[in-house]
Design a protein around this ligand. Structure first.
Ligand code: CUA
Length: 348
């Protein structure tokens, strides 16, 4: 009997509330359904026709009764809706201080990259009490990242990024499932999330990561693929200056303004002509979709992110002009035009 478990482990900041919500929803629906059924049966017996010529009671518009059975369920279920919506937004919106991690799904494994450079397959090590934000994409078909103990499930799609986040509250080892049928070995596309105490996590981080942080791997790719030849850090290159770009608004050809989030940067690497920054020429940058793996694109995004402030934090600005609008003054060097050589990455 000790193995009988009605709920999965509860190990994240939202899992307790999700349980509570679920139980209350079941109770509320049960009570309402049973109440209606009981009243229906009672009325069928109490008010059934007793003889052939009996006429029904013509009394209509019994306002108090009608108001009660309209207003009561309305308030109850709208209340549940409001609570559910609040819970949904909590689950959907990662906090600004979340640790950014990257997930690449493929048939049939989970590949995970830590910002510090560690790579894992079918395993994810995270610290307790810290929000973790996953940015996820797929190399082939649709998968779904599902950690029951965290009450988190998010589809992982090819050609785009989806995100999810969680904050683990109990140390331990928790199941990770693929929850979207993705082919023959779908059922084997499983793994474990290890929730560690902060010291243990720090110890774990110090092992591995021979290649350096994800952003520094991205910096190497940035030079290896010649990105630095056009993307100068002095605003004088043929392509936009990438400093302070991340999560800032970008004015593109056609008058639109977009936010330079992960998806925008990814698209700009793989399909550069999709959105041309205002004031710049199209057809200068080739597509890198054939050269770069999903992991390499994520490393480059990490690098671009490291060149600018994190969302929600103030950027240590030396130029005094933030946020920067690209293309408003194309070709004009900022007051702090710097050399384009050497590392622009500060190691954390
Ligand atoms: Cu991946 Cu199912």
């Amino acid at each position: 009997m000790s193995n009988l478990q009605f709920f999965p482990d509860s190990a994240s900041s939202v899992s307790g509330e999700v349980n509570f919500f679920f139980i209350l929803m079941v109770i509320l629906c049960t009570v309402v359904a049973l109440g209606i059924a009981a009243f229906l049966i009672y009325s069928a017996i109490r008010y059934h026709r007793h003889h052939e010529n009996e006429m029904g009671n013509q009394r209509r518009n019994y306002i108090p009764a009608e108001a009660t059975w309209i207003v009561t369920p309305f308030v109850l279920f709208l209340g549940m809706f409001g609570w559910g919506a609040k819970l949904y937004f909590d689950i959907e919106r990662p906090p600004d201080d979340a640790i950014p991690m990257y997930v690449v799904a493929k048939q049939w494994m989970w590949k995970i990259q830590h910002p510090e450079g560690q790579r894992e397959i079918n395993e994810l090590h995270i610290p307790i009490g810290r929000a973790v934000k996953l940015t996820m994409t797929s190399e082939d078909v649709i998968h779904s990242f599902f950690v029951p103990a965290f009450r988190t499930k998010q589809d992982v799609l090819p050609d785009r990024y989806t995100t999810t986040w969680f904050k683990a509250t109990r140390p331990g080892k928790y199941h990770l499932f693929c929850a979207e049928y993705c082919g023959t070995k779908h059922s084997g596309m499983i793994g474990y999330v290890y929730v560690m105490r902060p010291d243990d996590y720090q110890t774990w981080l110090t092992q591995g990561a021979a290649e350096g942080s994800l952003a520094s791997q991205g910096e190497k790719l940035f030079h290896q693929y010649g990105c630095a030849n056009c993307h100068h850090f002095d605003n004088q290159g043929r392509c936009p200056d990438l400093r302070n770009l991340y999560m800032h608004p970008v004015q593109i050809d056609g008058g639109q303004t977009v936010t330079a989030d992960d998806s925008y940067i990814r698209e700009s690497i793989l399909d550069p002509n999709a959105k041309i920054v205002y004031g710049f020429q199209p057809n200068i940058m080739p597509s890198f979709s054939a050269q770069l793996s999903q992991e390499q694109v994520l490393a480059l995004i990490s690098y671009v992110k490291a060149l600018g402030p994190q969302p929600g934090t103030q950027q240590p600005s030396s130029s005094g002009t933030t946020p920067k609008q690209y293309g408003t003054q194309p070709g004009i060097a900022g007051p702090n035009a710097t050399s384009n050589s050497g590392s622009h990455l500060e190691q954390r």
